[in-house]
Design a protein around this ligand. Structure first.
Ligand code: CP
Length: 316
């Protein structure tokens, strides 16, 4: 594995999940990354990604250094060939290359602006790091994907599912007051497409994900129909892709509560966090026995540890 920015970077997702589960059993089994440095570069806020990546690096014996570049760094220029006489003090060519000299692996978080579909889906910033840093790049959530979250989600499903048949996994939209990116649902759909699960998506009309992320997947515009017999339900809000970045409805009948859970096969309920209680998922679910959001959050450590281990392995 050269970089970790989507499921396409992973040769075998089952092997990666097994590695993560083995690291969970014994987090300190390998300190082989001692002396290695991982840079964690945040253009946007984070709780889980930031802390779980730091813990993961420490478990491997590596040092993690965080830069809140969105707050503390120079304003970056991304255009080629411009005369930098505006408010941008540093070009991404130098910034990424310098960070590449300091670190063995670089993690980058860069949210979409949700103004231009073309700009966000071109992943300009993430691709600039890949082009100029000269070291492996890990997406800590980008414009279109959140692969460390999806890996942790898959680890959690594998841990929870003991039956021999494929689990029925449903990703359902839920209302929100803010326009949120499509990165988590896109990424989850992409990983579920490669996993041994029976996967479908439920969202209101107007909220279909980009075609590349829902190819071959059943999409329901009726939540009730989609939830029937589900073993896992992933609840998440996202803004419209077609009417890019817009909130088209805040239909509270999609908020996940006991009424929805009753339609499932006593499903485990998932969310990547942070979650707005009462709006996205009701307290009765988050405080009940079916919620596994904390298990997902815990598994973020072992997802990151497995990925850092893979990326540092060739150098060790
Ligand atoms: N799920 C997730 O990525 O959480 P943070 O935004 O807090 O890192």
């Amino acid at each position: 594995m050269k970089n970790f920015t989507s499921v396409k970077d992973v040769q075998n997702i089952n092997t990666l999940v097994e590695k993560a589960l083995s690291l969970k059993e014994n987090p300190f089994q390998t300190k082989l990354a001692e002396g290695k440095r991982i840079g964690l570069i945040f253009f946007n806020p984070s709780l889980r990604t930031r802390l779980s990546s730091q813990v993961a690096a420490q478990n491997l014996g590596a040092q993690a250094i965080v830069l809140d570049i969105g707050k503390d760094g120079w304003a970056l220029e991304f255009e080629d060939g411009v005369v930098m006489n505006g408010d941008k003090a540093e070009h991404i060519k130098e910034a990424a290359a310098v960070m590449g000299r300091y670190f063995d692996v670089l993690g980058v978080r860069t949210f979409p602006e949700l103004k231009s579909k073309e700009a966000d889906y071109s992943e300009k910033l993430l691709n600039a790091f890949i082009k100029y840093a000269g070291v492996p790049i890990v997406s800590l959530e980008s414009g279109t994907r959140h692969p460390l979250q999806s890996l942790a989600d898959l680890i959690t499903i594998k841990e929870q599912w003991t039956a021999t048949r494929k689990p029925k996994v449903v990703l359902t939209w839920a209302p929100h007051v803010k326009a949120l990116p499509q990165a988590v649902p896109n990424s989850f759909a992409e990983w579920m497409g490669k996993a041994e699960v029976d996967f479908s998506i439920a969202n209101p009309e107007g909220y279909d994900l980009a075609e590349e992320f829902r190819q071959g997947i059943s999409v329901f515009h009726n939540q009730e129909a989609a939830l029937k017999g589900a073993d896992f339900v992933y609840v998440k809000n996202w803004s419209s892709y077609d009417d890019y970045g817009q909130i088209l409805s805040q239909d509270e009948s999609w908020t996940f509560g006991s009424k929805q859970l009753k339609l499932t096969d006593n499903a485990k309920v998932m969310h990547c966090l942070p979650v707005r209680r009462g709006l996205v998922i009701k307290d009765e679910i988050l405080d009940g026995p079916n919620a596994i959001h904390l298990e997902q959050a815990e598994n973020r450590v072992y997802a990151a540890q497995a990925v850092f281990h893979e990326l540092l392995m060739p150098q060790i």
